[in-house]
Design a protein around this ligand. Structure first.
Ligand SMILES: [Zn+2]
Ligand SMILES: [Zn+2]
Length: 403
């Protein structure tokens, strides 16, 4: 997980995003307002509790609303656009299943203050670069535009009329409750709903001119960045503050319930829901446990934290004292080095070196002390060389710090 975090942070910085951290819990109202009072998140999945003064608080179930709240409260003077990333834990009381954890980790990015379709394309490119950087290749980018407050209301009516006419074909709760949120039927995973959704009118054909040209701009930006995508008209997000771009990265190798690696999109109306000014925004939140599943599914290795460069082995009292000195020198020079605590036999120390994942063991015994040298053993193949103790740091400094 540390390696996943490190890669995410490095990538985000590469694109000019800055780290943002928000509290682990917030006023329940923040999530109730932004996730929708009737949404699954609010009605079934939040960890909500009262504090000692009977205020209702909720463990953070998602990242965008807290970042926007913090931005509106304290960061509006930041240069615009405000580009931020987070790496943090989320809490959802969902039915436990593979790849879904009640406490899970997310890498997310948000861009506030940019209306331009270039921001949407960049956010998508960051997500794509992250997955591909881990070696994943079986990923598909699905894209849609869900319009805005100008073109969506008419579409919604048209969709509702279509769904009413097809109500008999549905078998789940949508049969009786489609009026609440007809768009939800489009991304329902139920087979019957999916069959209906396939034939439903597509919002993409009914966008107003500004939405159309924004969507064209996003696609031009993606093309420019060398990405390919498929248009997915049933990809929607069910709340009014979501606008225009909606996207998902899916792994066709995983089961339909788990296929979505992550999703994101534009939320130009969010700041106003929180009582702020108009702040256009776009971003994504990526569950890292799901990413690990995709890595396993493609038979790839989980990235590891960079290991130890050298384990310094000291034999005898004088050898151990020298080993401790050498370890200090190496660390001061930025070489990852470790050594044993207390007196251990040579073999036991070499086993420790192996278990620590060190690339080298540097052995200091009586013979080496006399000659002012160390025996440097490459643990992968046992190859040994005598290196002058003074030259050890220089010799290993060139090994870099990668695992
Ligand atoms: Zn359904
Ligand atoms: Zn529109």
């Amino acid at each position: 997980m540390r390696a996943l975090y490190d890669r995410a942070a490095a990538l985000a910085r590469l694109y000019g995003y800055r780290y943002v951290e928000t509290p682990g819990f917030e006023a329940t109202d923040l999530f109730a307002r932004t996730s929708g009072e009737t949404s699954d998140v609010v009605t079934k999945e939040m960890y909500t509790f009262e504090d000692r003064r009977r205020r209702s608080l909720t463990l953070r179930p998602e990242g965008t609303a807290p970042v926007m709240r913090a931005y509106l409260a304290e960061m509006q003077e930041q240069p615009s656009p405000f580009k931020a990333y987070y790496l943090t834990r989320m809490y959802r009381y969902a039915r436990p299943q593979e790849g879904r954890y009640r406490e899970h980790r997310q890498f997310g990015v948000e861009v506030f203050g940019a209306e331009d379709p270039g921001a949407d394309a960049e956010v998508i490119a960051v997500g794509d670069a992250y997955l591909r950087g881990l070696g994943l290749t079986q990923i598909e980018l699905q894209l849609n535009s869900i319009g805005d407050e100008v073109c969506r209301p008419a579409y919604r009516e048209e969709l509702l009329a279509f769904l009413r006419a097809n109500r008999d074909r549905m078998t789940d709760e949508h049969r009786d409750h489609l009026e609440d949120n007809p768009l939800r039927v489009l991304d329902c995973k139920d087979e019957a709903c999916r069959a209906v959704a396939k034939e439903a009118p597509k919002i993409i054909d009914r966008l107003c001119d500004p939405c159309r040209s924004h969507f064209d701009g996003v696609q031009a930006g993606l093309k420019d960045a060398g990405l390919s995508w498929v248009l997915e008209p049933t990809l929607v997000r069910g709340l009014d503050y979501y606008t225009r771009t909606a996207f998902e990265f899916v792994s066709p190798g995983l089961s339909p319930q788990q296929a979505t690696l992550f999703g994101g999109g534009r939320y130009d109306g969010l700041a106003e829901v929180l009582g702020g000014p108009h702040v256009p925004g776009v971003g994504f939140g990526m569950g890292l446990e799901r990413v690990l599943m995709a890595i396993a599914q493609e038979g790839l290795g989980v990235p590891e934290e960079p290991g130890l460069t050298v384990f310094v082995v000291g034999v005898g009292d004088a050898g151990r004292a020298r080993a401790l000195d050498l370890a200090r020198e190496l660390r001061a020079a930025g070489v990852a080095a470790d050594t044993a605590f207390g007196d251990r036999p040579l073999k036991a120390q070499l086993r420790m070196a192996d278990r620590a994942g060190a690339r080298y063991a540097a052995i200091v015994g009586d013979r080496e002390l006399e000659g002012g040298s160390v025996t440097l053993r490459r643990l992968a193949d046992g190859e040994q060389e005598d290196v002058s103790a003074d030259a050890l740091t220089t010799r290993l400094g060139g090994e870099g710090h990668a695992g």
